[in-house]
Design a protein around this ligand. Sequence first.
Ligand code: HEC
Ligand code: HEC
Length: 454
Amino acid sequence: MRHVTPCFGITAVLLALVCLDARAADSPANPASASQRHPDRANRFAMRGVVSKEGAGGGRPAAPGATEAPAGFDETTNGFLPQGPAFESLTKESVVPLRSFNDDRFVFEQVESEADGVGPVYNGRSCAECHQNVVTGNGSQVTVQRTGRLEGRTFFESIGGSLIHSRAVDPSIVEHVADTDGVRTFRISTSGLGAGFVETIANGTLLAIRDAQPAQVRGLAVVVPVLEAGGQARIGRFGWKSQHASLESFAGDAYVNEMGITNPLFPEENTSSGVYVGFGTAFDLVAEPEDDGEDMVAFADFLRSTKAPPRGPRTSDVDAGERAFAEAGCVACHVAAITTAPAGTIVNGGEFTVPEALGNKIIHPYGDFLLHDIGTGDGIPLLPTAEMANTARMFRTAPLWGLRTRNRLMHDGLSFTLDEAIQRHRGQAQRSVDAWNRLAPDRKRQGIAFLGSL
Ligand code: HEC
Ligand code: HEC
């Protein structure tokens, strides 16, 4: 299913990769029923429906009337939520989740404790612990560990899941990697700035970008369930494997998997390498769900309200460098401009209507949110299923907006310089890196100046 071929109109296909059915209707307003919102574990990741185009799609280069998305490292709202009371005036007692950008930023930055449900195993105590650099919501140098093993050609996650938690509330339950789990990787924290614009890119737009890519660099659009919409199928776009399509789904996932706080979308506690350590044991004092869903939505709404990463100073070298970047074919994957769906478009499987603040906005992510095999695959698929097996070799094109805030590059953070990161591109990016390496030294210098302006 690399370059999408057959389409199957499915209902309740478990974790299948689907493609856009050409006959797919526009997004039906399909609010999930209460029972769909809290499905049991077996059902939770069931995927339903075909992928809707979410409107006319094709929002590239620019739909009529599209305007530039606001950009800035200035901790002010893009207009999705009001700015709210002065941030410095807020306290744990006075904060009102969901009220404003500043309230939700406070919740995103709030350091939580065992009494709030942190752990038993976890990686951090606040979202901002890993998503703060220059401003809250961006990425950071923090990496997490994922491991598993191959039996023949089949991938198995480590017992208890591929994410190895590096902290715990008690030394006896800290997870350790098994000697036999030879597939090992780090994944560095990515940026959530401007994520509301990414969430409101129509499926049809991502598919149009894919379809316009030359065959040798064509990306894979993965289809994942929108958990708050009862598993409605949508094109993934968040995370290193584009493993989520909505910010609420990602926030619920991060809350339980990075912080150990269960929530309506993820009601089960993580184990310690397969051993139950949740409520009822000595390691966990708070019953599930530890968050009633309010924090989860506050995190999502905070990210939805953030501005896109702004460009640094533009000089003649920077502009010449952008032309060199385009000439070397980097733009095939690192797409320079995408337009979000118009206000009023229903996305996220019926759960989110694109608001004025996010609709018809031009962003410059320098990414396509599709997966590619550039030879850096970490061996860990999006999910340990046959359908997702090929994603083990792939990563989402790293969006290059905000690149100048990062000094540890690529998924594992193990490339120290831009040149090192570029030279790791192989596979689908081989021609492009060859073209880059053939640039005259002065043009290469300009290309690096351009990257340094992002
Ligand atoms: C221990 C560090 C850590 C903590 C704590 C953490 N994250 Fe993350 N976050 C990561 C890493 C690592 C990734 C990339 C993971 C991947 O894709 O494999 C990520 C990715 C994301 C993304 C995807 C952005 C994109 O498109 O690439 C979102 C959204 C996000 N986190 C939200 C949150 C929220 C909300 C919280 C708090 C509940 C949180 N994170 C807490 C480390 C962390
Ligand atoms: C076939 C698609 C493709 C092409 C073409 C491509 N890239 Fe990438 N790029 C990726 C992917 C995928 C990643 C993430 C890989 C990883 O982390 O293992 C990436 C990562 C990067 C990064 C690291 C960013 C970060 O935040 O860590 C830089 C810098 C970069 N690319 C620059 C370039 C340049 C310059 C070119 C042209 C010479 C180029 N890329 C061509 C797909 C592509």
